[in-house]
Every structure is written in structure tokens, then in C-alpha cells.
Design a protein around this ligand. Structure first.
Ligand code: UMA
Length: 471
């Protein structure tokens, strides 16, 4: 890959830092740009380290406008930065080529290692993509295949590519990628062998110009696929059925009614309420028992069917798939079931660090909820969260720096509320306020740093607190 002498990297979060690492190793001079203040950025160890290795920095308000004066030939965009912003459009107008992190990393992968060494399984969807990629990765690993789990799920593609051994000998590495609409919007040549879509609703209108732009960005997952690639589509979602018009490859349909409605399709995954069946063109065969899958709800069954379809096409064996279905406990810290005591289920959604994520967590269940929320506020909009409380949350236990604000919110919408000083006390109080059939849900809507080292540690402490309730 021919890289210019100087490259700008917009955003110094997880993606931006991984891209800068890769560029520095390849002898490129880097200008980083981020709208956070210098003080905030210097609190990140990785940023400090990169600056000490010669990376120049434009920080704070107007950082991207200032880049237009420096006229770098190439700028690599972190996914959170919208291509519809005026300053980003101005950068492109001034002659800088803009590329997203996923597109850049994909091009690096192809040019340095060759595309044929990788089977890329990309999953997108408004909801369900994280659970689905975890399932697929487990199914492939369980089948003895070398598998990496990357993308929006946490490890940037840039970090994976940069970490690959120069003398890569593995003939085919399965790269399971969660791809967001932000990442797809800036893709040009990215081509997954298998492109799976869980659901399509409308989301992220603060980034995309409108709903059409969002939907079309999602459909870009198919844009470079060839006739013998695969699309794995959830037939039970109207938005995904709409997306089928953009598919250029073969389709494997997943859905409850797929066998009846899709008489010409040879590849499908469906179930009869008990057994999940699959067909890969030579008659149907049983894959797993639905009743053994711990995650409940139609949406989780849809994710499971898509995961099975994609995993089978990527080479997973049915026995390994059945094992994963039996043993999968959910994605750690994301709506993860961590215990059940006297008919009350305890759900760990500690990764929900924004009000919108907490609202989504609350809305994923039909049972009455006793919610544990709070921590360090990141300055988001709490309107959706307040709306989600109504009618779903029977009581709220507020923790951390944001507890007083949450008490006010709960009172505004008529939800019973108490405060707790620790996660242990919060878990105890929540259990006391619940009845059989209820859920105790930790979905904080806030960062964890006022009380814990990370959201993962908060989730682990919650898990331990639940254990000690039962013990
Ligand atoms: N920044 C700006 N201006 C902006 C936006 C961001 O200066 O308008 C700066 C921030 O100050 C910060 C940096 O950019 O320093 C953050 O960059 P980023 O928002 O692109 O986030 P990363 O840390 O690089 O993480 C991204 C994904 N984040 C987003 O898409 C918002 C992570 O997904 C992903 O795990 C990671 O890359 C690795 O691929 C998170 C996410 O919330 C989990 N994704 C959305 C979702 O799932 O709904 C799409």
C-alpha cells in the first residue's frame, strides 16, 4: 500500500490510536486531531506515548478546521466522526483524501498479506450484532478454526492487522467483524466473504444525514461482494428484507417461516420451536436445540439463526455449534444473565455507559424491572432514558456521582427510588424491592470511573454481589 509521507488521523480513541501505531511502524509522519481538550487527551496513557514518539497534535475545538490549512494528502477517520460535518467536508474539498479506519485497515490487510488468506465474516445490524459476532466466533473457535473477533465489538481492525505476523502461514484465518453504519459509510473496497445482517431499524440520526443515509450505509456491507460470496439475512425483520435488493451474492435466509416462504432458496436456517434446522443445499439437518439456548426472546432467536447460518458457511461443524448453543452465557457485561434467586433474574448490563444504551437495555425486557443505575455522567441526553423508565421500571436504585440527578428523574416520572453507597448495597436493596418474575438490571447509563477501574470491574463486582446474595 503506497502511503503518503504525512497522514492525518481524526479522533484519538481506540481506532485512531491503533491506526497511528500502524502508521508509525510504517515510517509515516502523523498529525493527530481530536476535539477533546489537550488535558483530557493527556489523561490517556496511549495518547501520551504516541506524542512522545513524534505524533503532532491538533486538539480542542476547531481541530478539524485547522487541519484543512495543513493540507495532508490522506486523512483517516475514526468511526465516531461524521463525514457529514462541515469541517470534515471542507477537509475533503481542500484536496485531502478521506478514508475510514475499517477501509484503511482492510486495504492494509489486502496489500500486505493477500486477501485469500482470510475468510471475513462481517455482521451489521441496528440491534443484535454484538451477540451475533460473539456466537459466530465461539462456533468457529469450537470447530478448531483460527478465529479473530474484531471491529465495533472492541478491537479495531487496524490493531488486528498491525499485530499479524509478517510470515503468516495460516492458510485461512476467520476474521469475524462487527461493523457499524459509521464504519460502513466510509468503506470503498471492503469485501466480506460472508455479510450477515441481524436487524434494520433507524438509528444514529445524529451522525447520518437522514434515515435513508443510515440504511444505505448499512447496505454498503454488500457493495463489493462477488457472485460466490454470501449474504446471511434475517428474514424476520422487514428492514433486512428491504436490504436484500442490494445483495449481489448468494443468500442464506434465516427465519421462522423461511422454509415455507422461500421455496427456491437452497440455503437457510429455521426452527420448529424446538430444533434449529439448516439446509446447505442437500436436504435439511438438525443443528441445535432452541430450548438449550439461555438467551430468551424472539430477537435472540433471530441472532442465533443468523449466527448459525454465518458460522456454517464459514466452516463451523454442527457439533461445535450445538455446544456453543448449550453453553453460551451471553456477552459479558451486555445484558448478561448472572444469576437467578427465588424467581428473580439478575442481569449485568454494565457496558451500558450512556443513557441511550441503558434505555435500550431497559426496553429489551417484558418483565418488571428493578434498575440499578448511576456512576459518572458523560454529559449525554437523558430524555430517552426517562421515557424508558415509565411503565417498565418499578423501582430504581441510584449509585455514584450521578445518584442525586437520577433520584430527581425517577421522582419526575413517578418511579420509586432509593440511593445506595456501593454496588453490594445496591444489589441487596434491589433484591429486597423485587418479587418473583422480576428482573434486577444493572444498566448504569454512566461511566464507572467514580467507583471502579472500568465497566468490566463494575460488572464483576455486581456478579460477586449476586453470588453472595444466594450464598
Ligand atoms: N471525537 C471527536 N469528534 C467527534 C467524535 C469523536 O473529536 O465528533 C474524538 C473523541 O474526542 C475521542 C475519539 O474521537 O477522543 C473517539 O473516537 P470514536 O468515537 O470513533 O471512538 P473509538 O474510541 O475509536 O471507538 C470506535 C467505536 N466508537 C464509535 O463508533 C462511536 C467503538 O464502538 C468501537 O468499539 C471501536 O471504534 C473499535 O472498532 C463503540 C460504539 O458505541 C462501542 N459504537 C456504536 C454502536 O455500537 O452503536 C457505533
Amino acid at each position: 500500500m503506497q502511503l503518503p509521507e504525512v497522514v492525518a488521523v481524526l479522533g484519538l480513541g481506540v481506532s485512531g490510536c491503533a491506526v497511528i501505531e500502524a502508521l508509525l511502524k510504517r515510517g509515516v509522519k502523523v498529525i493527530g486531531a481530536d476535539e477533546a481538550t489537550l488535558d483530557t487527551l493527556l489523561q490517556r496513557e496511549q495518547v501520551k506515548q504516541l506524542l512522545s514518539r513524534g505524533v503532532e497534535l491538533e486538539a480542542g475545538e476547531g481541530a478539524f478546521w485547522r487541519l484543512t490549512k495543513l493540507r495532508p494528502q490522506l486523512a483517516i477517520l475514526s468511526p465516531g466522526i461524521s463525514i457529514h460535518r462541515e469541517d470534515v467536508k471542507a477537509l475533503a474539498r481542500s484536496g485531502t483524501k478521506l478514508v475510514g479506519e475499517v477501509e484503511f485497515s482492510y486495504q492494509l490487510l489486502v496489500s500486505e498479506f493477500g486477501r485469500e488468506k482470510f475468510c471475513i465474516v462481517a455482521v451489521t445490524g441496528t440491534k443484535g450484532k454484538t451477540t451475533t459476532v460473539h456466537l459466530i466466533a465461539e462456533m468457529l473457535k469450537g470447530s478448531g478454526l483460527t478465529t479473530a473477533l474484531v471491529g465495533n465489538v472492541g478491537t479495531p481492525l487496524a490493531e488486528f492487522v498491525d499485530g499479524l505476523a509478517r510470515n503468516l502461514t495460516d492458510p485461512s484465518i476467520r476474521v469475524v467483524m462487527e461493523v457499524s453504519s459509521f464504519q460502513l459509510a466510509t468503506c470503498e473496497t471492503f469485501r466480506p466473504d460472508i455479510a450477515a445482517v441481524t436487524t434494520l431499524f433507524v438509528d444514529h440520526l445524529d451522525w447520518h444525514s437522514d434515515a435513508e443515509d443510515y440504511r444505505r450505509s448499512k447496505a454498503k456491507i454488500f457493495a463489493n461482494q462477488k457472485g460466490n460470496d454470501w449474504a446471511v439475512l434475517n428474514a424476520d425483520n422487514a428492514g433486512v428484507r428491504w436490504m436484500a435488493q442490494f445483495v449481489r451474492s448468494r443468500i442464506l435466509w434465516c427465519g421462522k417461516e423461511v422454509t415455507a416462504s422461500c421455496q427456491y432458496c437452497t440455503h437457510w436456517v429455521s426452527d420448529d420451536g424446538e430444533i434449529v434446522w439448516a439446509s446447505l443445499g442437500e436436504g435439511k439437518f438438525p443443528v441445535a436445540r432452541l430450548s438449550e439456548f439461555i438467551l430468551r426472546g424472539q430477537h435472540n432467536h433471530q441472532n442465533l439463526r443468523v449466527a448459525i447460518g454465518a458460522a456454517l458457511l464459514a466452516g463451523a461443524c454442527p457439533d461445535a455449534i450445538a455446544d456453543v448453543v448449550r453453553n453460551f452465557k451471553g456477552v459479558p457485561h451486555r445484558l448478561e444473565l448472572v444469576g437467578e434467586i427465588k424467581g428473580v433474574r439478575f442481569i449485568n448490563d454494565s457496558a451500558a455507559t450512556t443513557p441511550d444504551a441503558a434505555a435500550a437495555g431497559i426496553c429489551s425486557f417484558d418483565s418488571p424491572i428493578v434498575l440499578i443505575a448511576g456512576g459518572r455522567d458523560k454529559g449525554g441526553n437523558w430524555d430517552g432514558f426517562k421515557k424508558a423508565l415509565k411503565g417498565r421500571v418499578k423501582a430504581l436504585v441510584a449509585i455514584g456521582e450521578f445518584a442525586d440527578k437520577l433520584v430527581e428523574m425517577a421522582k419526575e416520572v413517578g418511579v420509586k427510588v432509593v440511593k445506595a453507597e456501593s454496588i453490594e448495597e445496591a444489589t441487596q436493596r434491589a433484591f429486597e424491592m423485587s418479587s418473583p418474575g422480576d428482573l434486577v438490571l444493572l444498566s448504569p447509563g454512566c461511566a464507572s470511573f467514580d467507583m471502579f477501574a472500568s465497566y468490566a470491574q463494575r460488572g464483576e463486582k455486581f456478579r460477586e454481589a449476586v453470588k453472595s446474595l444466594s450464598g
